[in-house]
Design a binder for this molecule. Sequence first.
Ligand code: IPE
Ligand code: IPE
Ligand code: MG
Length: 238
Amino acid sequence: MLLSDKIPAHVGVIMDGNGRWAELRGLPRIEGHRRGAERSREIITAAMEVGIKALTLYAFSLENWQRPKNEVTTLMRLLEIYLRNELNEFIEKGIVFKTIGEIWRLPENIQGLIAEAEARTAGNTGLTLIAALSYGGRNEIIRAVKKLISTGVSPDRITEDLFDSFLDTAGISSPDLIIRTSGERRISNFLLWQGAYSEFYFTDTLWPDFTKEEFFLALHDYQMRERRFGAVPMRAKS
Ligand code: IPE
Ligand code: IPE
Ligand code: MG
């Protein structure tokens, strides 16, 4: 059972393990990506069901550009199909679609689809769905630094809040919970600044097998934790 007053406002997901899922079945890696995309639909719906406000899905990292050309090309093709198919769904469900990352590196047709989805969902009030595409946390920080410097701001005026407003995630709260599937226990350049106090949930389940039920298990696990932010535990007596 989930506690309705302890639902994380923002959940980030490192959707990992598509390739291994396919390889285990003797299928081409892209089949794992296709099944992974289907799984993300289920998780978006589940997030809306429990009242999560923002969901960031790490779909393609800056480092992923180094993969074999045919995997990158087919991934881009899948992304295109996904965006084409989902737009009406986003509109119907009141989803606000956003992206973070170096979008200008993506094929032009995909950039167009992203711009359209962002524009047509901007007035919605439901779940904010953030797709991390061509995204790297260090790169995002460097881009923010460059933008900040170009404003000519004096160093003594630079605060964490000001810096935050120059990141791709400006206006979005930090992730309360970050989930990573597939047994890898690392951050792989995801939301480095924003994840400073995120709770982490790691599971061996490969992304195409990550069901809504397991998502709820992760939320349950999160609800059992005590977030201290450097303070003393609530029960401690001074
Ligand atoms: C995650 O699955 C999706 C992307 C990074 C695009 P992987 O493709 O990394 O799958 P594994 O880690 O090789 O199994
Ligand atoms: C992280 O997964 C990126 C995404 C899930 C999009 P990777 O599979 O690229 O990360 P590493 O290489 O295992 O760290
Ligand atoms: Mg991987």
